[in-house]
Design a protein around this ligand. Structure first.
Ligand SMILES: [Zn+2]
Length: 93
């Protein structure tokens, strides 16, 4: 069908390209599979058995996962700073 300024199919091509980009991004991510760790890969804290059971292949404790997710959401593209669990834990006392 006749489009406005865009030639036929241009919009669809753009959508397809976006989907391909997203799929490539998902494929590039390490899959959350395999054996769950009993200790956090980042801080070494114990990962509760319930968490291991709920998330097969889990590698991080909750604190580290939350910190990582928050970092991803708030600062896209700036997620290279290493966050230790100390940053995610409220100060004691
Ligand atoms: Zn941790």
């Amino acid at each position: 069908m006749a489009g406005g300024w865009a030639r036929d199919g241009a919009v669809q091509e753009q959508i397809d390209a976006s989907i391909e980009d997203e799929l490539a991004r998902l494929r590039a991510r390490p899959p959350l599979q395999g054996e769950s760790l009993s200790e956090c890969a980042e801080c070494g804290d114990d990962i509760p058995a319930a968490r291991q059971a709920a998330l097969p292949g889990v590698k991080l404790c909750l604190a580290c996962q939350v910190a990582r997710d928050a970092q991803r959401k708030t600062r896209p593209g700036a997620g290279r700073r290493i966050v230790s669990c100390a940053d995610a834990t409220p100060p004691l006392g």
